[in-house]
Design a binder for this molecule. Structure first.
Ligand SMILES: N[C@@H](CCC(=O)N[C@@H](CS)C(=O)NCC(=O)O)C(=O)O
Length: 210
């Protein structure tokens, strides 16, 4: 049987690709990755050729007759066969889904003003008030989630990272790239995400990209 394939963009640019890629790695899925360089004249055609029925953006996940795009939908699909990617207690699972959706649908000011770029390493960048409000909301989500569900370890829901951590991983990267000031608790969470071997693998590959 052929391995599932995740079509992704450049690792230094594609924050959306990082999310399901990390979920697949955390779940230990044996998958093939196909990288399409973004912002080239052939990008759209290459993505369309790989999955004509998808929306023409990466990431896209192909597994047998399954074709799924939208990062969170991919994570949900992978979780069907790897249920440990969501926390088990119902209240925790509902909370994880809510904060994952909030990330998927929002925080545009932060995403716009601090584009994903792992090669950047700025210090104490001043961000605009709207982006600042996003960081405030995100760090509050992290704190409240950890207080309520995360006492068993360093991740949002304790000892094991799950899809919610994957959804916020690109924010962790933006905070580091732009030197965005955060409190000590948020810093500990950022450090825990960076310490994941899969995050390091993604980062090293991003740094090696042309
Ligand atoms: N909401 C989508 C966003 C996907 C997206 O915007 N992908 C960008 C790369 S990070 C892309 O494919 N850009 C190429 C293009 O629009 O031509 C998701 O969650 O997967």
């Amino acid at each position: 049987m052929s391995r599932p394939t995740l079509i992704i963009g450049d690792k230094n640019k594609s924050s959306w690709s990082l999310r399901p890629w990390l979920a697949l790695k955390l779940a230990g899925v044996d998958f093939e990755e196909k990288l399409v360089f973004l912002d080239k004249k052939e990008t759209k055609a290459a993505i369309k050729a790989a999955a004509p029925s998808a929306a023409g953006k990466v990431p896209i996940y192909l597994d047998g007759d399954v074709v799924v795009w939208e990062s969170l939908a991919i994570c949900e699909t992978v979780a069907e066969t790897n249920p440990e990617l969501w926390p088990v207690p119902r209240a925790a699972r509902a909370h994880a889904r809510a904060i994952s959706n909030e990330m998927h649908a929002g925080f545009l000011p932060l995403r716009r003003s601090c584009p994903f770029d792992l090669k950047k390493l700025l210090e104490g960048q001043t961000i605009n008030p709207e982006a600042g409000a996003d960081v405030y909301r995100i760090t509050r989500i992290w704190r409240e989630t950890r207080e309520r569900f995360g006492s068993g370890g360093p991740y949002l829901f304790g000892a094991k990272p799950n899809i919610a951590d994957c959804m916020y991983a690109p924010v962790v990267a933006r905070i580091t790239s732009y030197g965005i000031p955060i409190d000590e608790q948020a810093r500990a969470y950022v450090d825990a995400i960076w310490a994941l071997p899969a995050m390091q693998e993604w980062k090293q590959a991003a740094l090696a990209e042309p």
